[in-house]
Design a protein around this ligand. Structure first.
Ligand code: ADP
Length: 493
């Protein structure tokens, strides 16, 4: 990636986007569109179709037909693999173009966006494509007079509702295993990150995926998302987003066809630094990136740092130095480390948390709205250096570049503080004591516990939450469990 390639794409005109339904690019049934405003400079970028209930139902009907007639699920796994691998190649060839388009829409810094978006989707598609012809069924050890077979069958039509922070990465965590498994899909992107998902779905057609297998309907959550959740024809619903929406999806499933609902609902992840951390400078540096990259708009962000009291002051000083050194600004400048905040609403919310902490008398470093003259949405990293468990900023997910630091005295207190949250997505422990590291891994209620690092796990390990962070897993071979049903054949010989 070089800057001149990025610059040649940064002002390219973007044509209006439509839905992709049954292999066709179609506008909304009532012709309505939504204007995409870039968080880089507040300027309009393009429009996309504002989906209606009828659009969504048409997409679901297309996915249903495509599943039921076996045009995809009845292809041998090696055949689906071939299409998926070709698709991955097509995305890879357009990676920079897709990354820049995505950044213009959602504001993520390009260095991260390129890796975490198109290239991550490419790797994810390849991973599940390569896996799908290696999953065996079972013959069970029954009485010789019988034969017990366990088949693994695609679940049917999958609805996916995805967020705006990493649309392609999180989207691919869902569509790659679902499509590899032989399911068909209707995907709804977030309102502020729709374009790249439509493009990627068009590339699937080009790679030879049959029409109707992968449909994308753009538009608003309470219209398009709600229609997917309420559908009698969607068999499984997968979601990443807020807890409030997650609850609505469960209610809609209960009221309709009891579709299985898998939720990934964010977190308030504790990042625990003991005085015996192998290297406090390294802990401060990685912890800063663990919260401030993508302006804190990362579901596993380490937003609650807990530090052993004897190193609290030193750690805060190092963290503040790291935060001050983070280059915030134009996300299409490859030197930028934290780009634009996704929306005005999100920026106001972030600043509200910071103001409240200041008013409560907490020591706050940074956390200001900056670069206003650009017309874009930018904020400097914020550290609440002496947060207390009763503070709202300690308890609620900010989804912005705001981190709390809270001192503790003992391992038991660290565990109690870490688990004092309704969430359970991610955590980290920094220590040189091997036994303590493993004790902490066991005691912290979270889907992933990092040791002496933060973030950066690869596709081989599952990601999913406990408590109110959700259920089910993305990534790893376990992701197939959501998209493949077990079916028993019990045969009398
Ligand atoms: P955030 O606050 O991070 O934007 P949301 O849960 O609102 O989280 O958004 C995540 C996804 O859920 C987006 O694609 C959004 O459009 C969708 N969504 C929002 N409200 C609803 C709803 N009532 N029903 C279905 N989907 C929704």
């Amino acid at each position: 990636m070089n800057q001149s390639q990025i610059d040649s794409l940064r002002n390219a005109p973007v044509e209006p986007f439509h839905h992709l339904i049954d292999g066709q690019s179609v506008p909304a049934s009532d012709g309505e569109t939504t204007t995409v405003v870039s968080p880089i400079d507040g300027a309009p970028l393009t429009t996309y179709a504002r989906g209606t209930q009828a659009d969504t139902e048409a997409a679901i009907a297309a996915a249903r037909r495509a599943f039921d007639d076996g045009r995809w699920s009845d292809i041998a796994p090696t055949g689906r693999k071939k299409v998926l691998l070709k698709w991955a190649d097509l995305i890879e060839a357009k990676a920079l173009e897709l990354a820049v388009l995505g950044v213009r829409e959602n504001g993520t810094e390009i260095g991260m966006a390129l890796k975490a978006e198109p290239l991550s989707a490419v790797a994810t598609i390849r991973y599940y494509a390569e896996a799908i012809d290696k999953l065996n069924g079972e013959i069970t050890p029954t009485d010789p007079a019988f034969l017990g077979l366990v088949h693994r069958e695609p679940v049917g039509v999958v609805g996916a509702i995805v967020p705006w922070n990493f649309p392609l990465m999180i989207g691919a965590w869902k569509f790659a295993p679902a499509l590899a498994a032989g399911c068909t899909m209707v995907l709804k992107p977030a309102e502020t990150a729709s374009l790249t998902l439509v493009r990627v779905a068009q590339l699937a057609l080009e790679a030879g995926m049959p029409a109707g297998v992968f449909n994308v309907v753009t538009g608003e959550g309470p219209v398009v998302g709600a229609a997917i959740a309420a559908s009698m024809d969607v068999d499984v619903l997968v979601f990443t987003g807020s807890g409030a929406t997650g609850r609505r999806l469960l209610e809609a499933a209960a009221r309709s066809n009891l579709k299985r609902v898998y939720l990934e609902l964010g977190g308030k992840s504790p990042n625990i630094v003991f005085a015996d951390a192998p290297n406090l400078d390294d802990a401060a540096k990685v912890s800063a990136m663990g919260i401030f990259r993508n302006s804190g708009q990362v579901c596993i962000a380490g937003s609650r740092i807990l530090v052993e009291r004897s190193v609290h002051a030193a750690f805060v000083e190092k963290l503040a130095a790291q935060a001050a050194a983070i280059k915030v600004g134009d996300p299409l400048d490859s030197a930028t480390q934290a780009g634009a905040v996704n929306s005005e609403r999100q920026l106001r919310q972030n600043l509200g948390f910071v103001a409240e902490a200041r008013e409560a008398g907490r020591k706050v470093i940074g956390g200001d709205r900056i670069l206003q003259e650009t017309g874009g949405l930018y904020m400097s990293p914020a550290i609440v250096a002496d947060a207390r468990p009763e503070d709202r900023v300690f308890r609620e997910e900010v989804f912005g570049p705001v981190v709390t630091v809270t001192p503790f005295d003992t391992e038991a207190e660290a565990i109690a503080l870490a688990n004092d949250t309704s969430y359970g997505l991610a955590a980290a422990v920094w220590t040189s004591n091997l036994s303590r590291a493993h004790r902490m891994v066991r005691k912290i209620r979270a889907g992933i516990v990092h040791v002496n690092t933060y973030g950066g796990s690869d596709l081989t390990v599952p990601l999913g939450g406990v408590k109110q962070s959700g259920n089910g897993h993305d990534k790893s071979l376990h992701a197939f469990d959501k998209y493949l049903d077990l079916k028993t054949a019990w045969v009398k010989l």
